[in-house]
Structures are given as structure tokens and as C-alpha cells.
Design a protein around this ligand. Structure first.
Ligand code: FAD
Length: 425
């Protein structure tokens, strides 16, 4: 399709980014009757939203996110009922093993949050664990278990969500990068895309790992970094582990076809970029706690990002167009380690065959919590980003809360009160 010829001249709202956050926001805006356009520089779900493990979990979340994930799970059930085909949505629970005293303490502490929010989380002893995870071999103290947690196939879910946006009257423009925002009299006046301008008074920035750079061009400080997370997919096998499982250094989820998503849980590479140096101080407290999990790596990416212009221009091609899709290389060493660990914990899966490996670039914030907020210095701009590796599960709730901000509704205010931008200074 010739996008230039079909580019709408105006819209009630324009969403930058066609990931789960952008598409969920667009869906709830379209449901409310707004004329909404999603601009996606690549294709729907091309970055994090279709590369993730597909976990929709309450377990292990920061308390500031728990009200939103509770709402999200309700919305996932609603969406599943509305979508007429299988998106792999299953309620199978989440299991966190406590293999060390430190992890036992962390799991025990989290149980207090679960109680405060009246969740169905329990601590399983060794015998109960063997019932839920037959054949498990490791010496674990106990395990945290939330049976009502779910999962879905990210790729199928994203396609279905995009179709719902269109069914409700929204438009999705793929291969349509937004270069910047047109500001009129101190307010949002439109978006400047690579194909021309769309006039609008509301822009939602849901650009995932690109949001920090997008905001910097507008003079907004958003201390967002990226980490690379690697994943592998096995061939289908008969051994059936129902819940998704996290152990130290390895995560596992069975898909409805009997294959497994296996990944080095909690282990990621952090590319050293100019933003890495710019925001290093904000990340120090989190880094000190997790330095054995995140490894800074100096790569060519430093120079790529150093060359990015500091302001946007309607005429000039932007980095959003040079690099349509962030597609990092998976870390084979980390994947190999996770594979060996899988075999040690579940001997029946030791020789499982791997059919595919990939990686995704995760956007993170210093406190590992997202930002869902209006940017008050530029009326009309809403930012919804920084989901720090757990935005798929929370996507529908985050999208609804973001839409509520655009609509001026206060229905979701209590769900996102801990996710404001000003907490970052
Ligand atoms: C390997 C991996 C495993 C994960 N596992 C889980 C999990 O099990 N459960 C969970 O809840 N979360 C998980 N996550 C995190 C989750 O995938 C993300 O938090 C979530 O997908 C973020 O959604 P998003 O819409 O904000 O970002 P994205 O999906 O990255 O979408 C942003 C989109 O914006 C587009 N864009 C950016 N800038 C522009 C522009 N200027 N113009 C036009 N388009 C633009 C990009 O092309 C991109 O498609 C995982 C992530 C990864 C990578």
C-alpha cells in the first residue's frame, strides 16, 4: 500500500509504536469512540511484544504494579473471550523455586505482598512441589506458586489485538516511523511521520526501547536503558510441566503444542551506549543488587547511538528508519548454560532439541517500573513505556490506563499512582 497516499490528515489520537502497549491503548481509545491511528516503524509486535516468553504473571511483581496486573488478567480473560481463535492463553500458574537461602527469603518476603493483595499465592513444600512439577530433581527449599497466573502466545496475541483495533475503527500504519512531534502554541499539534504529517491534539508515546531517544529530542529526560535478553524454543516433547517455572538462572514455559520456551532467567547483556553513561548514576542502586545478572558490554552500538541526531527534523531520515527493527544477537553462552541447567533440574528434558533461538532488546527503568503518565509541560503528550521486561502480561491494563489518561478519565488513577514520571526526578 502507498502509505503516503493513505496517510490520514487528522486523528483524535496518534499512538507511536505498535507493540502491546500501543495496540492495547489504541484498542481502548477506539472502543471509547476515538478516531485513533497507530504508527509503527516496522510491523505490529516486531520488537519486544512478539519476542517475549508470554508470561502473564502476578507473582514476583513489585507491589506498585500488582493492582494493574490484577486488572490486566481480568482484561486478558475478556480479550480471550472476544477473540474467536486460540492465542495460546492458558491459566497454568507460575512457580519460583527457592534453591538458595537468599531466594527463599525473597520468595517468603513476596508472599507478604501476595497476602496484602489477597492473591492465591502459596509456598509449596518439597513434597507438594513434586506433585506440581513431577520429576523435578534439584535440592530446593520450597517454591512460590500462584495457580491463577497465565500465559499466552505473544505473536498470536499481538496479531489478534491489532485486528481488534481495526475492527473497532482504529488504523494501524506499518512501515510508518514517527520522526517527531509538531508543537503548536506549546501543545501537541501533530506528529511528523516519514510519510507526512497527521494533525492531532493527543500523542501517546509507546515506543518501547526507543522512547528514551524520542523523548530526548523533545527535551524530556527519560532515564531509559536497554538490555538484551536471549530465548530458545524446543521441539515438542511428551514431558508436561504445567506451570511456568523460574529457577536461579533459568526460566521455562510449556506451550500448548508441547514445546518449551527456555531462557536464561534474570541474565542479560547491557550494551554500553551514550545513555548508559548519561544515566549510570540513576541505575547504581539497582545495579549493585543485580550485578551478577546484568553484564555491561561495549559493542558497536555505542557508536551507532552516538551518531544519532539530538533533534528531529521533518525532512531528514531518522534513526527510527535506519533501524526499523531492533534485532539483537542472542547470547549463545547464556543459552547453553540455561540448557544445561534445564537438564539438571528436569532430567527428562536434558536432551530436548532446540528448534529456534532469538533475542529481544528490553527497555528498562532505574527502578524497574514503567512510566504511565501525562507530560504536563507539553499538553497532549502521554508516555507509556519502560516496562522493564514484564510489560506483556500487564499490557492490556497498561493500555487501558493509558487510554484513560488521554480520555481524561480517572478510573485507572489508583492503578498507576506509583508509575508517574516525576518519581524519576
Ligand atoms: C526476551 C524477552 C522476554 C520477555 N518476557 C516477558 C514475559 O514473559 N512477560 C512479560 O510480561 N513481559 C516480557 N517481556 C517484556 C515485554 O515483552 C515488554 O515489556 C513489552 O512487550 C513492551 O511492550 P511495548 O509495546 O512497550 O514495546 P515494544 O513491543 O518494543 O513496542 C514498541 C514499538 O514501537 C515502535 N516504535 C518505536 N519508536 C517508533 C517511532 N518513532 N515511530 C514508529 N514506531 C516506533 C517499535 O518498532 C516497536 O514495535 C519480555 C521481553 C523480552 C525481549
Amino acid at each position: 500500500m502507498n502509505i503516503r497516499a493513505h496517510l490520514p490528515k487528522t486523528a483524535d489520537a496518534v499512538v507511536v509504536g505498535g507493540g502491546i502497549i500501543g495496540c492495547s491503548t489504541a484498542y481502548y481509545l477506539a472502543l471509547a469512540g476515538l478516531d485513533v491511528v497507530v504508527c509503527e516503524k516496522g510491523w505490529v509486535g516486531c520488537e519486544q511484544s512478539s519476542r517475549n516468553w508470554g508470561l502473564i504473571r502476578k507473582q514476583g511483581r513489585h507491589p506498585a504494579e500488582i493492582p494493574l496486573i490484577i486488572r490486566s488478567l481480568e482484561l486478558w480473560h475478556e480479550l480471550e473471550a472476544r477473540i474467536s481463535r486460540d492465542i495460546g492463553f492458558r491459566v497454568n500458574g507460575t512457580l519460583y523455586l527457592s534453591e538458595t537461602e537468599k531466594r527463599h527469603e525473597a520468595n517468603r518476603k513476596w508472599l507478604e505482598h501476595a497476602r496484602a493483595f489477597d492473591l492465591d499465592t502459596t509456598m509449596l513444600g518439597r513434597e507438594e512441589l513434586r506433585t506440581v512439577a513431577p520429576g523435578i530433581q534439584n535440592q530446593t527449599w520450597d517454591a512460590l506458586f500462584t495457580p491463577s497466573d497465565a500465559s499466552a502466545d505473544p505473536h498470536l496475541a499481538m496479531q489478534a489485538l491489532a485486528e481488534l483495533v481495526v475492527e473497532e475503527g482504529g488504523q494501524i500504519l506499518e512501515q510508518c516511523a514517527v520522526r517527531g512531534i509538531d508543537i503548536e502554541a506549546g501543545k501537541v499539534g501533530g506528529v511528523i511521520t516519514e510519510h507526512g504529517c497527521i494533525r492531532t491534539s493527543s500523542v501517546i508515546c509507546a515506543g518501547g526501547a526507543w522512547t528514551g531517544y524520542f523523548c530526548r529530542q523533545l527535551g524530556i529526560r527519560l532515564p531509559q536503558l536497554k538490555v538484551v535478553s536471549s530465548v530458545m524454543l524446543s521441539r515438542p516433547t511428551d514431558y508436561a510441566l504445567k506451570p511456568a517455572l523460574w529457577s536461579q538462572g533459568m526460566g521455562l514455559r510449556r506451550r500448548p503444542d508441547g514445546s518449551y520456551i527456555v531462557a536464561p532467567a534474570g541474565n542479560a547483556d547491557c550494551p554500553v551506549t551514550p545513555d548508559f553513561l548519561r544515566f549510570a548514576k540513576s541505575y547504581l542502586p539497582t545495579y549493585r543488587e543485580s550485578k551478577e545478572m546484568v553484564k555491561p558490554r561495549f559493542t558497536r552500538r555505542f557508536f551507532t547511538e552516538l551518531s544519532w541526531p539530538t533533534t528531529s527534523s521533518p525532512e531528514r531520515r531518522s534513526p527510527f528508519e535506519y533501524e526499523r527493527v531492533l534485532d539483537p544477537q542472542p547470547n549463545r553462552a547464556l543459552l547453553g548454560k540455561a540448557h544445561r541447567q534445564l537438564g539438571a533440574i528436569f532430567p527428562e528434558l536434558a536432551n530436548i532439541r532446540i528448534s529456534r533461538i532469538w533475542a529481544g532488546m528490553i527497555d528498562v527503568m532505574p527502578d524497574e517500573l514503567p512510566v504511565i503518565d501525562e507530560y504536563h509541560s507539553l499538553p497532549g503528550l502521554v508516555i507509556s513505556t519502560g516496562f522493564s521486561g514484564h510489560g506483556f502480561g500487564i499490557g492490556p491494563g497498561a493500555g487501558q490506563a493509558t487510554a484513560d489518561l488521554v480520555l481524561g478519565k480517572t478510573d485507572s488513577s489508583s492503578l498507576i499512582s506509583g508509575l508517574r514520571l516525576d518519581r524519576l526526578g
